[in-house]
Design a protein around this ligand. Structure first.
Ligand SMILES: [Zn+2]
Ligand SMILES: [Zn+2]
Ligand SMILES: [Zn+2]
Length: 594
């Protein structure tokens, strides 16, 4: 099948989806604390995009989108509709050639034109072609937008600024890009700022609308104005001299969507040397860090405080990672009067605690001998692979028994008893037959799988503590903050962590990311509409292509290879995380990610 045909097929597929609008509305859960999960094979992104395409394409004035967007990249097939409103990059000599090929309407001679650029506004040119007889033809590229502002703005320049924001480059980056293509630089810096401001306003408006829609969906999902959300924050560190933090609140629904976010920026010369201070004066460091962290709590408190006014919703329960600072602040601010707000731990963060505890224990014992006259580490003892496996078992125990505290506790302990088992005293009563090798293999040998009793005794305190009722209670009916994390990834893809950004750029990136996360790339057409820029076939085609690609990349795993694929993905993720932690020790430090 050629690429052309395949592409067409995919578009048809989506078109079919948006012809049956009522089919995909997720079931409304029966209870507030335990939302029923929709178990269809559709990925979260796919679910989101289907409803988004219904909305955006239904309101789009462009007819026959399917047909006009069917040809391929290089245009092997000529499609008049697609080219009828396409933007071109042309050399001015080509245009002159065209003019000279035609007879002058006045003197009826051809080939006599001279041209002069009378004005240039970034990408927009005002050119007059003068015939030797004196006849003048004027050409301008780009159309004026937003007649209300004093400065002359054209759609081409706005497209440049918007495109720059979408790929995470600003004026200097655009200048470089244009320069390499033989195009003169974008509008001057002060005009560029005007464009940016107008774009910012427009993106913000569209993002607000998107968050409103998300709030309505959450209300429908919970059948109530009291909903569960997941909260998290992410930093853009810049050696602590300029620091932006984005606090995010997403609905815990199917699919999850962004309900609110807040950018807090601190420009603090005092903290510029924070990293240096860390080594010389630990106390001063933690004091300064505390000040930085305060703003993150303020943002969360503000977002909880405005939830009723903004969305007519109360965030009565929330999922968060280990940081308790937010909880204290949110609870103290009493956003909903005397109504208490329930805090749940993110399952992933919680299960990582097992690894932290075990690593601590290992470090604590170090070279000292245990009761069997050997150290805690070494071959067949508590090595990193074992620690990782115990963490995985712990996480699995929580996930698999999410709604039953007693079962969760048993499953969590099962791993320890499994490890302490020997051929003489097998303790697999708690083990789940499907997972424990003893039940699968008659010749099961304990020695190669279990941990020596002395090591088990040493790590038991970790289990004693983490498997307490009060401890596991925190993840009962728990969820993860994964949705927040994927939203954060979109933000930083638009606003790379490696570069310095001003607050406005972070705000633009966050709002753009909201639209992309909630609606898919097709949601961006609302920005074009609000700016008064016409949407052409090429744009629609590009947006759809990106969305299709995202659906494809996020296809639910094939059940046959599910485990293998998931392991591979996890491995890649852990590798990345490890690298990130090494390069950026403050990002993942205790409490900072909260
Ligand atoms: Zn003439
Ligand atoms: Zn500071
Ligand atoms: Zn077992």
């Amino acid at each position: 099948m050629s690429r052309h045909r395949k592409n067409k097929y995919k578009l048809k597929e989506l078109a079919a989806c948006h012809q049956s609008p009522r089919e995909d509305i997720s079931p409304i859960p029966s209870t507030q604390t335990n939302p029923m999960t929709n178990t269809t094979a559709r990925s979260t992104i796919e679910k989101k995009l289907i409803s988004s395409y219904q909305r955006h394409l239904a309101s789009s004035s462009t007819d026959d989108i399917e047909e006009s967007s069917s040809s391929d990249d290089e245009g092997t097939s000529v499609d008049l509709d697609e080219y009828s409103d396409v933007n071109l990059i042309a050399n001015i000599q080509n245009i002159l050639f065209l003019g000279n090929a035609m007879n002058c309407s006045k003197c009826n001679v051809n080939g006599e034109y001279n041209f002069k650029v009378t004005k240039r506004l970034g990408l927009s040119y005002y050119i007059s072609f003068t015939c030797s007889c004196g006849n003048v033809i004027r050409l301008s590229t780009g159309n004026r937008i937003s007649s209300s502002t004093k400065t002359q703005m054209t759609d081409l320049n706005m497209l440049g600024v918007l495109a720059g924001s979408l790929v995470g480059i600003h004026r200097r980056g655009i200048q470089k890009f244009f320069g390499a293509m033989g195009i003169l630089p974008p509008v001057q810096i002060e005009y560029y700022k005007c464009y940016e401001d107008l774009l910012h306003k427009s993106i913000e408006k569209v993002a607000e609308k998107s968050k409103e829609t998300a709030a309505d969906e959450a209300r429908k999902y919970y059948n109530s104005n009291d909903i569960t959300v997941s909260i998290d924050g992410t930093w853009l560190t810049q050696g602590f001299s300029s620091l932006h933090r984005v606090g995010t609140i997403l609905s815990v629904a199917d699919p999850p969507k962004v309900l609110d976010h807040e950018v807090s920026s601190r420009h603090c010369s005092e903290c510029a040397g924070l990293l240096a201070v860390k080594d010389s004066d630990g106390e001063l460091y933690s004091q300064l860090l505390e000040e930085h962290l305060k703003c993150s709590c303020e943002a969360m408190v503000a977002m909880f405080g405005r939830s009723v006014a903004k969305h007519n919703l109360r965030y009565t329960a929330y999922i968060a990672d280990g940081d308790t600072r937010n909880h204290i602040n949110i609870t103290q601010s009493k956003p909903y009067g005397e109504l208490s707000i329930e805090r749940k731990q993110c399952i992933n963060h919680f299960s990582k605690r097992m690894r932290t505890r075990l690593s601590c224990i290992k470090k604590k014992y170090g070279r000292t001998y245990l009761s069997d006259n050997k150290t805690i580490g070494g071959k067949g003892r508590l090595d990193d692979a074992k620690i990782y496996r115990l963490q995985v078992y712990f996480g699995k125990a929580i996930r698999d028994n999410n709604n039953d505290l007693e079962k969760m506790k048993q499953a969590a302990w099962a791993a320890w008893f499994h490890m302490v088992s020997t051929d003489k005293s097998p303790l697999h009563d708690l083990c789940e037959p499907g997972h424990c090798k003893l039940y699968l293999d008659f010749d099961y040998e304990h020695e190669s799988h279990s941990l020596p009793p002395a090591v088990c005794d040493a790590i038991k305190p970790a289990y004693d503590d983490l498997c307490r009722d009060e401890s596991l209670q925190q993840v009962l009916h728990g969820r993860t903050t994964n949705a927040n994390e994927s939203f954060h990834r979109i933000i930083w893809s638009l606003c790379t962590k490696k570069k310095k950004h001003i607050r406005k750029c972070v705000q633009i990136a966050t709002n753009l990311a909201t639209i992309i996360y909630n609606e898919g790339f097709i949601g961006l057409i609302s920005i074009y509409k609000s700016l008064g820029i016409s949407i052409n076939a090429a744009l629609l085609k590009m947006l759809k292509k990106i969305d299709h690609k995202r659906i494809k990349e996020n296809r639910p795993l094939d059940p046959a290879n599910c485990l293998k694929q998931r392991r591979k993905r996890r491995f890649i993720r852990l590798e990345k995380e490890n690298k990130a932690t090494q390069n950026d020790p403050y990002k993942y430090g205790a409490g900072i990610s909260g």
